[in-house]
Design a protein around this ligand. Structure first.
Ligand SMILES: [Zn+2]
Length: 369
């Protein structure tokens, strides 16, 4: 006990005298407990490597970020925590949603006091695994690159920057019609519940929780989805706009699925990670569906929710315009915006169902509607 306190004191000395020191506090919740009777050498063995230039994929929920994450995680140069970081962040009482924590998933530098920031760095470092699933904590030293993706992080960019000042961001955006439909399907499926009970809300909440969620209480599902889509994309646009251009890159879901090899090369080039043989093999095939796929994506699958989305589209168009004008040359952005009005949202009863089943609409999602 005395030893542990001494080390914590040493840590504080180092940390306070040099706030930039990327030295990580030994053992907070160690993966492997120190053997009884052993001393300093065991503790020192748990000193993790530091994380340098971590890469955060930021996007609205259901916009293909898991697919991108699982693809890039095939790189030998990138370490991950294996999944999303919900509990890693919200497991800290000061960052959890509730009366004694925070109101929503929005976190800024104000939430990143030195102790919290260090706790987050330790929690990530402790869970790092490579593409083969091998853990790093306590086994190696030196700095590593980390890849992370959790849609809630779209609301946390200022917080992430305070915790990891050299972080890089890959912004993934998706056509709001497809994205809203996928968000709606996730709400309906019930497998994406993040908050079973929430202040000023009726029933469970699914996916990321933006600030001001109370304003859509009692509204139709498409409007709630539009609110989540807007909030994620607007926060990303605003928070990345203050960063130098070499700290972030924007990638469209369509670009990624249509021209995977080129887009992955572009991203790897930007994050300064080689496209090794393993990754090259993956991107030259068809991208595998992510583990969170409900049903395979098709281009007009959103039309299963066509009328609701058509009604909600004016709510998201101003932000989508901003997204496209930020990410693409003006003529390409205009082309995509013009094409939006060319697709009818309604489905004829005898048409094949847009969900991709081979059934007629009237026997598939049309019957459900
Ligand atoms: Zn269907």
């Amino acid at each position: 006990m005395h030893l542990r306190r001494t080390i914590q004191w040493m840590y504080r000395k180092i940390h306070l005298s040099n706030p930039k020191a990327n030295i990580i506090k030994p053992i907070e919740t160690p993966c492997a407990p120190a053997a009884p009777g052993k001393n300093t050498s065991i503790v020192m063995a748990h000193l993790p490597s530091s994380i340098e230039r971590p890469v955060f994929i930021v996007s609205a929920p259901r916009s293909g970020s898991t697919m991108l994450f699982e693809t890039l995680a095939k790189s030998a140069a990138l370490w991950t925590i294996g999944d999303e970081s919900h509990q890693l962040i919200e497991g800290l009482p000061q960052l959890s949603v509730g009366p004694s924590g925070v109101e929503s998933n929005r976190l800024t530098e104000a939430n990143a006091d030195p102790i919290t920031a260090q706790q987050i760095r330790v929690r990530f470092a402790q869970r790092l695994i490579n593409r083969d699933g091998a853990a790093r904590w306590g086994r190696a030293t030196g700095a590593v690159r980390m890849l992370e993706k959790t849609p809630k992080n779209s609301l946390r960019i200022p917080f992430i920057r305070a915790v990891f000042p050299d972080a890089l961001f890959v912004y993934l955006y998706r056509d709001p019609r497809e994205n809203l439909s996928s968000i709606m399907e996730a709400w309906k499926a019930g497998g994406w519940i993040t908050y079973p009970q929430l202040a000023d809300w009726d029933g469970p909440w699914s996916l990321l929780l933006p600030p001001g969620y109370q304003t859509v209480r009692g509204r139709p599902l498409a409007e709630i989805a539009a609110f989540q889509w807007n909030s994620a994309n607007e926060h990303i646009l605003n928070d990345l706009a203050v960063l130098p251009a070499n700290r972030w890159i924007a990638v469209g879901y369509d670009q990624l699925t249509e021209d995977t090899a080129e887009q992955v090369r572009r991203i790897c080039n930007f994050i300064d990670v080689p496209v090794d043989a393993h990754l090259n093999k993956v991107v030259n095939g068809k991208l595998p569906l992510s583990r969170y796929t409900l049903t395979p994506p098709t281009k007009d699958k959103w039309r299963i929710n066509g009328q609701a989305i058509e009604a909600a589209l004016p709510l998201v168009l101003p932000v989508y315009r901003r997204v496209l004008e930020t990410a693409l040359p003006p003529d390409r952005a205009a082309e995509i915006l013009n094409a939006l009005s060319g697709v009818s949202p309604s489905v004829a009863r005898n048409e094949p169902c847009p969900c991709g089943s081979t059934k007629r609409y009237k026997y598939c999602h049309g019957a459900l509607a």
